[in-house]
Design a protein around this ligand. Structure first.
Ligand code: T6T
Length: 330
């Protein structure tokens, strides 16, 4: 018998009615409390703090234990020892946002070899296509994330429109090798190829440091006084660029399309610093990451890719509670 905290119960009556009859919850497994660990890209980022809340909500609904352990910076050499420490605690599953798509493969193999279920949340290893039998980096059971290429395309369209379809722009980005932000840049450039009067300048990499992003935009404005716009490809890239543009006295003149939605974006949209904010749904990523791990641990099949949504925020809709509820809670 399926009880209150069952997988089917969690997915809702509608899903069950739609024919999930083959999802069976073994009675013994239902009573087992699994430990599911969440290793974020870094702990002090509103995006991952919000993801943690979503993961906690799912763990509580399912009666599972959630462990949250991460590094304080976006840095492979800090994340790997945290991952090793988590593996040593022998959780049943690890949800992880790998800080590099190549350098985290070997460290995560150790988890897989130890029989720990691996789920990638937000970022991926390898090419992000899992369970293909291809070998190397296909062992995670699922990838739960936003469509980052599409997010880059959306940012490019909005930025192109706001600068009147002409002028010079660049991408403020974290560092090469991060799956999410690489894909956002890819989508941005792909879309900008359809806007012939827009020139995309060299990407500025800031190591996830808002101060660096601020200094970089001021330097670019110094070299390129007619800079028209910037795509801030994640939270720190966008907020740092906003600060730099303000310090250069170019607020509203250099247009910014921002990825990620900490609370500060409300003001930045209203005062014209940001044209558009693309909010991810990190709570949803955490929630369905835990659901995927739990389903796998209880013998149920899991989609190898679970796509989560975006909410586009502008100065005209940010006061709508159906939009502002997607502001990050960290
Ligand atoms: O944009 C998010 C996340 O999706 C990305 O992988 C890294 O940066 C953030 O955490 C925002 O800071």
């Amino acid at each position: 018998m399926i009880q209150r905290r069952s997988f089917l119960g969690l997915m809702g009556a509608a899903t069950a009615a739609a024919g999930t009859g083959s999802l069976v919850l073994p009675a013994a497994a239902e009573n087992k409390k699994h430990t599911i660990a969440l290793v974020p890209g870094l702990t002090t980022d509103a995006f991952y703090i919000t993801m943690h809340r979503g993961a906690d909500a799912a763990a509580e609904a399912l009666g599972q234990d959630l462990l949250f352990q991460g590094a304080s910076e976006w840095n492979v050499t800090l994340q790997v020892p945290v991952l090793d420490a988590v593996i040593a605690r022998k959780p049943d599953a690890i949800l992880i946002a790998p800080t590099d798509k190549v350098q985290l493969v070997e460290p995560l193999k150790k988890a897989n070899d130890a029989g720990i279920t691996v789920v990638c949340v937000d970022t991926f290893i390898g090419n992000g296509v899992f369970q293909t039998g291809a070998g190397d980096a296909d062992f995670p059971i699922s990838y739960v994330a936003s469509d980052n290429v599409l997010g880059g395309v959306m940012a490019a369209r909005a930025l192109a429109q706001s600068i009147g379809e002409k002028g010079k722009v660049y991408v403020s980005n974290v560092k090469p090798g991060v799956s999410t932000t690489d894909q956002r840049e890819e989508g941005f450039k792909q879309e900008m190829a359809n806007h012939p009067d827009i020139e995309v300048l060299e990407t500025q990499f800031n190591d996830d440091d808002a101060n660096k992003a601020a200094a970089q935009v001021q330097a670019v404005i110094g070299r390129v006084p007619d800079l028209a716009g910037v795509f801030g490809a994640n939270l720190f890239s966008a907020s740092g660029t906003a600060n730099g543009v303000k310090q250069a006295g170019k607020q509203g003149e250099v247009k910014i399309a921002a990825f990620d939605a900490p609370q500060s974006v409300v003001q930045e949209l209203k005062d014209g610093t940001f044209e558009i904010v693309i909010a991810q749904h990190p709570a949803e990523i955490g929630y369905f990451g835990v659901v995927a791990a739990y389903a796998h641990l209880t013998g149920n099949p899991v989609p190898t890719h679970i796509g989560t949504g975006f909410t586009v925020m502008t100065k005209d809709n940010i006061d709508d509670p159906n939009v502002s509820k997607y502001l990050y809670t960290g």
